[in-house]
Design a binder for this molecule. Structure first.
Ligand code: NAP
Length: 288
């Protein structure tokens, strides 16, 4: 038996699986597109052919895919749901508190334990002191999975008993990034209109590495090697909108930003860096 099964081997999921392997754990992996699992098998993971066998392989199941809806479809698959009993399911997919609560209830109905988690860093920080993961929910699930999860990043914490707390804190944290995306994109437009090289803007903010990184991507037109795609950021933004509706709080800010992400997706920019939303801003050739 392996210690953990990692389901979902995209940019983030594959990094989590590598970190689990690097920390000395036996790891099983499964991905919808099998080629990605073979890459992990090459460095020591077990890669069962079926999702059911991957679930059966470990007592802890770590999920990191596109959405809770897909997670539910996977777990409800014939031959999968009936293998969950007694296992601890840890979901690191970005979602809303309500989605976390619903999945927690469903997993409980399968006689399994559920821990909800959120990743407050990019793949580059996983397995390093700067990586940050937060979890909330079932205290016993945290007791079971905590020692393994602690090996995946430098800062790994349980942030609450209420299962939706990690998702809420994640969405609150992510919201600040969208403010920066919009701010840097508009700042670049200002510089372009004034004929200022974007390097002059970058030089103003040495203490803000995120703003500098975004501005540099625009300056160098280096949109093609994202560590999280515009599509993934767009899906997280949709979760921020959903949370606002669920909680009855204003959604004007995420709704406004979502218009830019929708336009970028329509322009075929989904696999680029999120700051490619800059390309949706029209160049005003004839100022008034
Ligand atoms: P990604 O590179 O786009 O990978 C998406 C993963 O989801 C792939 O394994 C994909 O499988 C799988 N998937 C998509 N639709 C599926 C479906 N219907 N059924 C089964 N599997 C499906 O995304 P990522 O960057 O790894 O992000 C994964 C999660 O981590 C997201 O919730 C994201 O918000 C969160 N996260 C990411 C980052 C980051 O910096 N990348 C940071 C924090 C949190 P295929 O390979 O078959 O397409």
């Amino acid at each position: 038996m392996t210690a953990v099964t990692c389901i979902g081997l995209g940019l983030m999921g594959s990094t989590l699986a590598r970190a689990a392997l690097a920390s000395g754990h036996d790891v099983a992996v499964w991905n919808r597109t099998p080629g990605k699992a073979r890459m992990l098998a090459d460095i020591g993971a077990v890669a069962p052919d079926t999702l059911a066998d991957a679930i059966a392989a470990s007592p802890i199941i770590l999920i990191c895919i596109d959405s809770y809806a897909s997670t539910r479809v996977l777990l409800e698959t014939n031959g999968v749901a009936n293998r969950l009993a007694g296992r601890t399911i840890v979901n690191l997919t970005t979602g809303t508190p309500r989605e976390a609560e619903a999945l927690s209830v469903w997993v409980g109905e399968q006689d399994a334990r559920y821990l909800d988690g959120a990743i407050l860093c990019g793949p580059g920080a996983i397995g390093t002191a700067g990586g940050e993961l937060v979890f909330s929910g079932d205290a016993l699930a945290w007791q079971v999975a905590g020692p393994l999860l602690t090996c995946l990043a430098g800062k790994v914490r349980s942030v609450g008993r209420a299962v939706g707390d990690a998702a809420a804190l994640d969405l609150a944290w992510l919201t600040m990034s969208y403010v920066k995306f919009m701010g840097v994109a508009h700042a670049a437009s200002i510089c372009r209109a004034q004929g200022i090289d974007l390097q002059a803007f970058i030089d103003l903010f040495p203490a803000d590495p995120f703003a500098c990184k975004l501005a540099r991507i625009i300056k160098d037109e280096a949109y093609d090697q994202p560590t999280a795609t515009l599509q993934v950021w767009g899906e997280a933004l949709a979760r921020i909108q959903m949370q606002a509706r669920d909680a009855g709080i204003p959604s004007a800010m995420p709704d406004f930003v979502a218009g830019y992400f929708r336009r970028a997706m329509d322009m075929g920019l989904g696999q680029q860096e999120a700051i490619a939303i800059y390309k949706t801003l029209p160049v005003n050739e004839q100022p008034t």
